[in-house]
Design a protein around this ligand. Structure first.
Ligand SMILES: [Zn+2]
Ligand SMILES: [Zn+2]
Ligand SMILES: [Zn+2]
Ligand SMILES: [Zn+2]
Ligand SMILES: [Zn+2]
Ligand SMILES: [Zn+2]
Ligand SMILES: [Zn+2]
Length: 285
């Protein structure tokens, strides 16, 4: 921070060593660039007019200088040059595209200006150079809003709260099901217990006397539940009796005679059919 401290003293901007120091340090460092126009950051000291764009009047971003000596943001200059006869908005002189040059010296000076972090209102007390803003926001600022690391979670949290959120508050953090001990996202735990967990005790939908039924045992139970609806095993021979498993059992035990009669009828009709088929073959039918 040595260089930036020197920047605060008047005239420091014009001396070479601190500038050079700053340039070296930020060489290759990505710098925050607004989408359009200049910087709207909150600067620690009032910014001199020479650092302001003659078009958007914000602090210059990637300054370009015209022949007439006025400076514009790169994007503001591009907008001016897109008109048929571009004129300097400060002095009305015509702008010749080939005479516009990048003002890298001015750019370095601007990137060395001290700003308050843009998350100041959220609580960041940091003062830093404009050139360091992007790195600060990307890596350091405790008050930068970040998306939760879990893709399903759409919550945004401050960097300082992220670990707590991920470990203790995130609705998508893994929780252990108290019944089956499997890992389930917190948000799905209730549904898991209500509909999926194999180890939850459920009651028989047919309201039989079995009380300690696990969900994993339910389907096996349903096939033998005394209260489950079923049909008589002589149904295919014509028995229309319907009832619970229990009633079917009683019915089958007490209906031997009827069932034998049904069997007889069935075999008679079968014989007729076969006989008919045979006679058809001999052309009698
Ligand atoms: Zn501008
Ligand atoms: Zn001009
Ligand atoms: Zn910050
Ligand atoms: Zn989350
Ligand atoms: Zn479970
Ligand atoms: Zn049952
Ligand atoms: Zn029957």
């Amino acid at each position: 921070m040595e260089s930036s401290k020197k920047m605060d003293s008047p005239g420091a901007l014009q001396t070479n060593p601190p500038l050079k120091l700053h340039t070296d340090r930020s060489a290759g460092t990505p710098v925050f660039v607004p989408e359009q126009g200049g910087y709207k950051e909150k600067f620690v000291k009032t910014v001199e007019d020479k650092y302001k764009c003659e078009k958007c009047h914000l602090v210059l971003c990637s300054p370009k200088q015209t022949e007439c000596g006025h400076r514009f943001c790169e994007s503001c200059m591009a907008a001016l040059l897109s008109s048929s006869s571009p004129k300097c908005t400060a002095c009305q002189e015509s702008i010749v595209k080939d005479k516009v040059f990048k003002d890298n010296c001015c750019k370095r000076e601007i990137l060395a200006l001290q700003i308050y972090c843009r998350n100041e209102s959220r609580g960041c007390a940091e003062q830093l150079t404009l050139g360091h803003l992007l790195v600060h926001l990307k890596n350091d600022c405790h008050f930068e809003e970040l998306p939760c690391v879990r893709p399903d979670c759409k919550e945004k949290v401050l960097r300082k709260d992220l670990r707590d959120h991920v470990e203790k508050a995130c609705k998508y953090r893994e929780a252990t099901c108290s019944h089956c001990k499997s890992q389930v996202p917190m948000i799905a735990l209730q549904k898991h217990e209500d509909t999926d967990c194999p180890c939850v005790v459920v009651s028989c939908p047919h309201k039989c006397s079995v009380q300690t039924l696990l969900r994993s045992e339910l389907s096996a139970h349903l096939s033998e539940c005394v209260n489950a609806p079923s049909t008589c095993s002589f149904k295919r021979y014509g028995c229309v009796f319907q009832g619970t498993n229990q009633q079917i059992k009683a019915h089958e035990a007490s209906s031997a005679v009827q069932h034998v009669n049904l069997l007889k009828e069935w075999s008679n009709s079968l014989e007729k059919k076969v006989g008919c088929t045979l006679s058809c073959c001999y052309g009698i039918c």
